[in-house]
Design a binder for this molecule. Structure first.
Ligand code: NAP
Length: 506
């Protein structure tokens, strides 16, 4: 395969980072991550942490927090410096980081480069907030004072997915560190090096030992230990809804705080008066970025009857021009799927769609040249799909899209909301009051009008319904990592205060 991956000297290695020290797993166990674009290559040889390793990481984070290492909890200047320097280091190392992400995820370089830049933006944004965690103060009529102070929640266990490994990690690590938490990261096993390279870079800053730890290894072992450990105060999880439900059930046993960023099945509502050129381009971006392996991917095109033919033909024309291939090449628009399992799952959905609905474009696994050694599937669109079918209800996590027509606004809203998920949605209409009305009634954490998959760090990200609990990004992204404490100070100076009379007679 002609590839630029040789600039990375494969295989990459990724180790554990515990209490400021890099090291191999206890017992020296490793696992291999293949290159999904060319499975003859091993992309990464990663340390496979043990229960002992993750316990050591949790202990390091616990000690760093409980002992307030280097005044971490109160020294917002230090936290600000660490986060700003991280943003700088990400930018200085952007070429390498983009290649690592592209290699492990199979993400085209034209997507990996902005992905890395977005991670730097996130660190910069939260660096700016580290010194702005203002509390509130209130004086009661009797002179007593209430101070509400924001405190870090404590030790945070972060369990991350593979599809956007740097931004997913950044969205958790940056706000958690900004408020003074300490952290153990468990990266997805498909992308160990991406997270490792980020955490390693962060150890070139002034970050105190123990504040940020990383342990790779199986979710069922490392992730499970983080979730069950009584030394971890909070779990911040991004991944499949099913995995999230299991984590939530476990965390509930200790009333452990959780935030969950889970799956999606985004509707994209196109009214008759929509700008077809703009709406079709935006749709394609949401449908096939990262081969549709995105929680917010556009997966259900809900199209009003009058525009159906024109809109679908514009979308199909664009879909057919997508160049599927080696993600390391600048010309590639869509890379492979993440794994053989995912390829099989996607093909099963395609088979189901072919039997039940009308295949408009795609539907095939690609063969020949680069395709024979990777998980390459064509951009695929089905028309006249029944919204209650599994093609429209289940998260496929691949380049497969269902088109369903509607007659009027009420039906569009009904179809958009007729799903267990509620992460994101899109609305296209030239009639702004209508677009706004529909946006307000769709039950999703983000609704885009006249755009798709815009994720400014200043905004928020998070789901309604089974798409999750909590919000990442923006100012609200801090809330997931904060406890609010009330400190009440008497202002009366009375030894016998009026309420005490309820218990004391004199
Ligand atoms: P996943 O299979 O649920 O895995 C996510 C993480 O959980 C991985 O690190 C995994 O480790 C770990 N894990 C697995 N089983 C676990 C267990 N029993 N206890 C603790 N941790 C466990 O999800 P994925 O395939 O990586 O990611 C794709 C999913 O993430 C999709 O559903 C997508 O919609 C969702 N997602 C949501 C958002 C959002 O913001 N809402 C963003 C991105 C992705 P291993 O890798 O070792 O299995």
């Amino acid at each position: 395969m002609s590839s630029d991956n040789n600039r990375l000297q494969l295989p990459l290695t990724s180790d554990l980072i515990i209490n400021g020290e890099e090291g191999k797993a206890t017992g020296g166990q490793v696992f291999n991550r293949e290159n999904p674009a060319d499975t003859r290559q091993v992309a990464t040889v990663a340390a496979q942490g043990s229960v002992e390793d993750v316990r050591a990481a949790i202990d390091a984070a616990r000690d760093a927090f409980d002992q307030n290492v280097e005044n971490w909890i109160y020294n917002y200047k230090l936290r600000e410096q660490v986060l700003f320097r991280t943003a700088q280091l990400i930018r200085e190392n952007a070429d390498r980081l983009s290649r690592v992400v592209s290699l492990e995820v199979g993400m085209p370089m034209r997507q990996a480069v902005p992905h890395v830049a977005a991670a730097a933006d996130i660190f910069e944004f939260y660096a700016g907030l580290a010194g702005k965690l203002y509390g509130e103060s209130f004086t009661l009529p009797n002179g007593s004072m209430i101070n509400l102070v924001k405190e870090p929640i404590g030790v945070v266990g972060m369990i991350t997915p593979w599809n956007f490994p740097l931004t997913q990690t950044a969205r958790k690590v940056a706000p958690a560190l900004a408020v003074g938490c300490t952290v153990v990261v468990k990266p997805a096993s498909y992308t160990p090096a991406a997270s490792y390279e980020l955490v390693k870079l962060m150890h070139q800053t002034a970050i105190p030992a123990g504040v940020l730890n990383l342990v790779s290894g199986p979710g069922s072992v490392i992730g499970a230990e983080i979730v069950t450990s009584s030394k971890v105060d909070k779990i911040s999880f991004t991944g499949e809804t099913l995995t999230g439900k299991g984590i939530a059930a476990q965390a509930a046993k200790e009333v452990k705080r959780i935030s969950l960023e889970l799956g999606g099945k985004a509707p994209y509502v196109v009214f008759d008066d929509a700008d077809v050129d703009a709406a079709s381009r935006a749709a394609i971006f949401g449908m096939f970025r990262n081969a549709g392996q995105a929680c917010g991917a556009t997966t259900r095109l809900l199209v009003q009857e009058g525009i159906h033919d024109r809109f679908l033909s514009a979308v199909v024309d664009l879909a057919r021009k997508i160049e599927v291939g080696d993600p390391s090449q600048q010309s590639t628009d869509m890379g492979p799927l993440i794994s053989s399992t995912q390829e099989r799952v996607v093909q099963e959905y395609i088979k189901f769609g072919q039997d039940a609905f009308e295949l408009v474009t795609g539907g095939n696994k690609l063969h020949g040249d680069v395709y024979d050694h990777g998980y390459y599937v064509e951009p695929t669109i089905f028309d006249h799909v029944d919204n209650s079918s599994k093609l429209s209800q289940e998260e496929i996590f691949g380049p497969v899209v269902a088109v369903t027509t509607f007659q009027d606004e009420e039906e569009a809203i009904h179809l958009a909301n007729d799903t267990d998920f509620g992460l994101v949605a899109g609305v296209w209409s030239a009639d702004y009051p209508r677009a706004m009305r529909v946006a307000r009634r769709i039950r999703a954490g983000t609704v885009w009008i006249w755009d798709n998959y815009a994720q400014p760090v200043e905004g928020i990200w998070g789901g309604y319904k089974q798409s999750g609990i909590g919000r990442e990004l923006g100012y609200h992204g801090l809330d997931d990592f904060i406890e609010i404490k009330q400190i009440f100070t008497d202002g009366t100076g009375l030894a016998m205060k009026p309420p005490y009379g309820q218990v004391i007679k004199d």
